[in-house]
Design a protein around this ligand. Structure first.
Ligand code: NAP
Length: 347
């Protein structure tokens, strides 16, 4: 009895009810916008939450469970993971499993949970890239860590130059047929590789639901070929690192905060914050404030004005950041003059 009381006490600050479990806000679907993912039956929230950073074993549980609850309470139904998100590898999935157990899991049928395999995960020749052996074993591990029977989307995280696409795509198809994933996604495939992958999937009559690619004001590689291809093929597109890991916000306008990604992580480094980049951020920030937005809000709105983008996949290290990002939906219209000004800064 005492033990149950203690657990409940621990849960209360994270949004518990009298049983200590999280209950979702009944107004959660009032303000989110949902967009159709390619030519599929799935609608995704315009803003999705990624767990690459801030949800690992080095991060405070009290903070990230609040971020997850705030997300779902705001209509974010899509949570994106990968086998090696952390650090440590696997710990973001384990932590997400804990969050599900603490109440979010009661809403499983309202959630789109994705995971991936393709980058370094475990030692030896079978813990990386795109073999059938790796993808199958990795998804089994991910399901165990999260305490799930299936994920909604399973991705090949990157193309493998040494494994035939037939093998990688064949593994994804079989994973769907086994019921361990409902849909297939690919990530970091360029336009030519995407075309090849889609052809193989079509032969198997298991379509690709979605492509996950880096896309922000600062990284527009997808625009010339990939986005038109996805449109033609009816595949959805989810844009990762839409804030260029925080550069497209006011985070670095006045120096490098101690707790920021640039100060803490290897995925964004201090030397990427050059005077040239800061100059662009400052000018973009000015346009955002003229629009009555923060730069983060404007950077997300700028992506969402394009209906080829199904969803923007953000990260957040705090509830206020997430709340700020959600406000992007309040003004996603741009005048031609604003677009031209932005274009001249980006070029
Ligand atoms: N498929 C792939 O290969 C791949 C690769 C990368 C990412 N992804 C996915 O995409 C997701 C998002 O990536 P990302 O975290 O790089 O996205 P992002 O949204 O570009 O960057 C998130 C970071 O920006 C800062 N930030 C967020 N909102 C802010 C705001 N309103 N004001 C000021 N700063 C703000 C925070 O940095 P601080 O930590 O400094 O506060 C936050 O951690 C990942 O979690 C993952 O699911 C996929």
């Amino acid at each position: 009895m005492n033990q149950i009381k203690n657990i409940n006490q621990k849960l209360e600050p994270f949004g518990g009810n009298s049983t200590g479990k999280y209950t979702a806000d009944s107004t959660r679907y009032n303000n989110m916008i949902y967009r159709r993912c390619g030519r599929s039956g799935i609608l995704l929230p315009a803003i999705s939450l990624g767990l690459w950073h801030n949800f690992g074993s080095i991060d405070p549980f009290a903070n990230f469970i609040q971020i997850a609850h705030k997300a779902f309470d705001s209509g974010i139904t899509h949570f994106d993971l990968a086998n090696n998100y952390g650090p440590a590898y696997g710990s973001a999935e384990e932590n997400f499993g804990r969050i599900l157990k603490h109440g979010l899991g009661a809403y499983r049928d309202e959630l789109i949970i994705s995971t991936k395999a393709g980058y370094d995960m475990w030692a030896g020749p079978y813990g990386n890239f795109g073999s059938r052996k790796y993808l199958m074993a990795s998804l089994d591990q991910s399901l165990k860590r999260m305490g799930l029977d299936y994920v909604d989307i399973f991705y090949s995280h990157r193309p493998d130059p040494e494994t035939p696409f037939e093998e990688t795509m064949g593994a994804l198809v079989d994973i769907v047929r086994q019921g361990k994933a409902l849909y297939i996604g690919i990530s970091n495939y360029n336009a030519g590789q995407t075309q090849q992958a889609l052809e193989i999937l079509k032969e198997h009559r298991v379509p690709c639901l979605i492509h996950q690619a880096r896309y922000s004001m600062f990284d527009r590689w997808t625009e010339p070929e990939l986005l038109p291809l996805l449109k033609e093929e009816g595949v959805g597109m989810i844009a990762f690192s839409p804030l260029a890991q925080g550069l497209l916000s006011d985070r670095y306008l006045h120096g490098i905060p101690e707790n920021s990604r640039a100060a803490r992580s290897i995925s964004l480094t201090k030397n990427q914050i050059t005077p040239e980049v800061l100059g662009k951020i400052g000018k973009l920030n000015q346009i955002a404030s003229e629009r009555g937005q923060t730069l983060a809000e404007m950077a997300l709105a700028w992506l969402l004005r394009n209906d080829l983008v199904t969803s923007v996949l953000i990260g957040a290290s705090s509830v206020p950041q997430l709340s700020d990002n959600l406000k992007a939906l309040e003004n996603a219209q741009f005048s031609m003059e604003e677009l031209n000004k932005i274009e001249s800064i980006l070029n």
